[in-house]
Design a protein around this ligand. Structure first.
Ligand SMILES: [Zn+2]
Length: 564
């Protein structure tokens, strides 16, 4: 018996590699397109596909369907259920990190860390595949998304911060990281200095200017829509904001002009936002908009023959299910029973909120009849009128309460009320308003067929992305230590002084002196000045990061050369 067990064990070790495709050779490509539907669980994909097929009987499949090839186990460094910032950071850097961390090494959490952690590396910025492609091969970089540009996922590809909400640290890094094309939300979030830097360095910058973007002929362009995030696809005014598919097409057109190749990340950002609100309309229709953008990328890759496409969510969200307790007889529910009502919803909950708060209460039934295909009954009307955030309610705010209101519909938030109301007309279920820990789907296209098959860990997916550009995760890590070294190590032989800013929200300056030579180093930029007057500029091709918690500047080792 013991002999048989040993034999079987040995057999298993040779036949089933311990980690996914670790051993499989991946032929490098010229271009990589990473497509991320944020917070998309597999059931969201199923519901979106059914909705599209219900509305278009001639379209039973999604653009991604022929390329589905595996799953990814995604999580944070010390928690199985991931946050957007650390999960995409891991795809981009090879290291899972803590919630809120943007492409930054996690502080250790000895009792909970899922993988071994080196406490000495806490808060170190980590080079991303996009940055490495630029530094090692001169690849162009592009970002397309529907959230505001400094938000978690686009930031994960091009900036570094242990706190994802520190837009004042993240936004300037993205501008100074010499990305070639940036299209998405956040027109009000571009700092003046960053806009000046972009324009001074040959970029065209558009804000809420669809025509301008469409007529743009440059290869270095920022086009931003909406003060912060963009509208959901189904709510979008096509005369004001482009679709994700159009943004993807324009980005590829510009990036593919770079002879060294490019890295492009496209995010369906707000699928996640709708999932947090348990809004099935936003989830399904923004996923279909994302799938159309995938169609654009996949068609380009097939024609171009030098491009790989990877499609993978960063984590699950909401626990959505097709089938729910209050819909009995689950195995006899027809396509019409499951999708007819749903197919008539023409706005997301956010879209309904805009409408309801901009038209008189007398229009409520017209609005729901026109955009949802039903009128509210008395119970639903009362629940609406008692929403605290319903501006046009006929019930004075001080009289609004949950008393006597149908509990399954009551909410202070109009957005949540509408999500509950629309969901009550379907057989979809939700288990949470937060992220979920199940693995996510993986789809891939490779011109020579080297696609990632099977279940991958998030770290292995990074290894695959690195291999597509002809380097390894270890080489990426080596680049991090070269590009993001501690100033205390780089300038250990020189006098260093960190001068706090006089401005309240200003950043400190690191002044390093050696005899007559002096460097003046500010964070979140790629520009360093030389000399007492700081009148000579050194332009780097990576950004400098300051971590206030440890008062440490992370910068390229090579900067020491300027003081020799
Ligand atoms: Zn996310």
């Amino acid at each position: 018996m013991k002999k048989t067990m040993t034999f079987l064990l040995l057999l298993a070790m040779f036949i089933v590699p311990v980690h996914g495709t670790e051993t499989k050779e991946v032929k490098p490509v010229k271009n990589v397109i990473l497509m991320i539907p944020d917070g998309t669980s597999l059931a969201t994909v199923s519901i979106a596909r059914w909705l599209q097929w219900y509305n278009q009987p001639e379209v039973p499949k999604l653009n991604i369907d022929p390329y589905l090839c595996g799953t990814v186990r995604t999580h944070s460094s010390n928690a199985p259920i991931g946050d957007s910032a650390p999960t995409t950071s891991c795809y981009m850097t090879g290291y899972p990190s803590r919630t809120g961390y943007v492409s930054t090494y996690p502080e250790s959490d000895p009792d909970n860390d899922i993988y071994p952690n080196d406490p000495a590396r806490a808060f170190q910025p980590l080079i991303t595949v996009l940055e490495a492609g630029k530094l090692l091969h001169g690849k162009a970089g592009g970002l397309v998304f529907t959230c505001e540009f400094p938000h978690a996922t686009p930031a994960d590809c091009s900036a570094h911060s242990y706190n994802r909400s520190k837009y004042e640290w993240i936004a300037p890094q993205m501008a100074h990281n010499d990305l070639n094309v940036v299209i998405g939300g956040g027109a009000s979030l571009l700092p003046e200095e960053s806009e000046y830097y972009l324009k001074a360095n040959g970029y065209t910058v558009y804000k809420d200017d669809l025509k301008g973007m469409r007529n743009d002929t440059s290869n270095k362009m920022w086009a931003l829509y909406g003060d912060r995030e963009m509208a959901y696809d189904i709510d979008r005014d096509p005369n004001e904001q482009p679709s994700l598919a159009e943004m993807t097409r324009i980005a590829i057109e510009k990036l593919s002009k770079d002879e060294d190749g490019f890295f492009l990340m496209v995010e369906g950002s707000k699928i996640d936002w709708a999932a947090h609100g348990n809004d099935p309309v936003g989830m399904a229709t923004d996923f279909l908009a994302f799938d159309r953008a995938c169609g654009v990328a996949l068609r380009f890759a097939q024609e171009n023959k030098e491009t790989a496409v990877i499609i993978v969510p960063d984590h699950g969200n909401s626990g959505i299910s097709l089938g729910v307790r209050h819909c009995g007889g689950y195995d006899k529910l027809t396509k019409d029973q499951l999708f007819n009502a749903f197919s008539q919803f023409k706005l997301t909950a956010e879209g309904f909120v805009h409408k309801l708060n901009s038209e008189p209460a007398s229009e409520v039934q017209n609005i729901f009849r026109e955009y949802a295909g039903f009128e509210l009954n008395e119970v639903e009307l009362q629940a609406l009128y008692h929403c605290k955030s319903y501006k046009n309610s006929p019930v004075p705010e001080e009289e609004r309460s949950s008393e006597g209101i149908e509990p399954s519909l009551y909410s202070g938030s109009l957005n949540t009320f509408v999500s509950k109301l629309l969901t009550s007309k379907t057989c979809f279920g939700f288990t949470t308003g937060g992220h979920t820990g199940e693995e996510v789907f993986l789809a891939g296209y490779h011109p020579q067929g080297d696609i990632p098959l099977g279940m991958h860990t998030n770290i292995e997916l990074n290894e695959y992305l690195c291999n597509l550009f002809g380097f390894t995760r270890d080489e990426l890590d080596e680049l991090s230590s070269q590009r993001f070294a501690k100033h205390t190590d780089v300038f250990k032989d020189y006098s260093c002084e960190i001068i706090p800013s006089k401005e309240e929200k200003g950043f400190p300056t690191l002044v390093v002196k050696n005899k007559k030579k002096q460097l003046n180093i500010k964070p979140f930029t790629n520009i360093v000045t030389e000399g007492k007057k700081g009148d000579k500029e050194i332009r780097l091709n990576s950004v400098i990061v300051h971590v206030d918690k440890t008062n440490t500047f992370y910068l390229p080792e090579s900067l020491a050369e300027y003081l020799k």
